[in-house]
Design a protein around this ligand. Structure first.
Ligand SMILES: Nc1ncnc2c1ncn2[C@@H]1O[C@H](COP(=O)(O)OP(=O)(O)OP(=O)(O)O)[C@@H](O)[C@H]1O
Ligand SMILES: [Mg+2]
Length: 263
């Protein structure tokens, strides 16, 4: 594909079905009602110490189910608990009470090591700023996890390389595979960041304000791309955003107010 293609190219709905088939994972087969939720949160309460004896209740009894292949937006005022819910869903913070189940495994009952392992396999995370490593090429960013894994075999590394190239091609970045972050545009960096989160074929994709560093057109493109990848890969995506104008690209919008979710 032409490197002259703009970042908007990724909104095109005319990707060949061969490309999409290559990305399909077993999770896609489960993308139907009645499937095991990719994420179940039950009555999650999260309190932070606040002042001498007080507590700040960031999550106040949140329950949520996300099915494979679904694309959910979460909006709400600053400080309402959106990032806290993502951190709890990712197992980065253990809630004060309540349970979190990812791809059928209750992570609130796991040890820290078990949680980290599950996160690596089942959860992709995308944050506001693409936190890419300056010295690595786009392809190496995607391959990094496998290269850091002492148990990875040559075959694993080879498979990672071909998956990395498939994913880069999927977001029209095959021509930029050997470029480092400073040689990529902001939109291209965010696309590398997005497909990096999909390398392990996770069940759940948690996205915190992916467009806040991008202009309007590129923001719309990123929101649309996340929707396409969600459906292609059968992943459940939960995206925090302040961009209300792009919400029609999602299946559902939840609103967080004072630590409580409203549909
Ligand atoms: N590590 C922490 N220690 C203490 N309080 C915290 C901590 N992290 C978040 N909070 C508080 O929890 C509440 C929810 O914060 P959170 O970051 O989840 O909000 P948010 O909805 O993501 O806001 P924004 O839209 O500004 O990103 C806020 O009152 C915040 O100050
Ligand atoms: Mg936040």
């Amino acid at each position: 594909m032409s490197t002259a293609a703009t970042d908007l190219r990724l909104t095109a709905a005319d990707e060949s079905s061969a490309d999409l088939d290559a990305l399909r994972t077993p999770a896609a087969a489960a993308a139907r009602p009645g499937a095991t939720p990719a994420l179940s949160v039950r009555d999650a309460v999260l309190e932070y110490p606040d002042g001498d004896n007080g507590v700040l209740r960031a999550l106040d009894g949140v329950s949520l189910d996300l099915l494979p292949g679904s694309y959910t937006a979460m909006v709400g005022p600053s400080g309402s608990g959106k990032s806290s819910l993502l951190a709890v869903a990712a197992g980065l913070i253990t809630p004060t009470s309540g349970t979190v189940t990812v791809a059928g495994r209750e992570i609130t009952g796991l040890t820290r090591g078990e949680r980290t392992a599950l996160r690596g396999k089942e959860i992709g995370m995308i944050f506001q700023q693409p936190n890419l490593i300056a010295s690595l090429t786009a392809r190496e960013q995607l391959e990094l996890t496998v290269h850091l894994d002492e148990d990875a075999t040559r075959a694993d590394k080879k498979a990672a390389r071909s998956r990395a190239m498939e994913l880069l091609e999927r977001v029209d970045l095959a021509g930029q595979a050997d470029q480092r972050p400073h040689q990529l545009s902001g939109g291209q960096r965010q696309r590398v960041n997005i497909v990096r989160a999909l390398m392990a074929s996770p069940a759940l994709l948690l996205v915190d304000e992916p467009t806040s560093a991008l202009d309007r057109e590129r923001s719309a493109a990123v929101v649309a791309l996340l929707g396409e990848l969600t459906r292609d890969a059968g992943v459940a995506t939960l995206m925090v955003t302040h961009d209300h104008e792009f919400l029609s690209a999602t299946d559902r919008t939840l609103t967080m107010v004072d630590g409580r979710l409203q549909d």
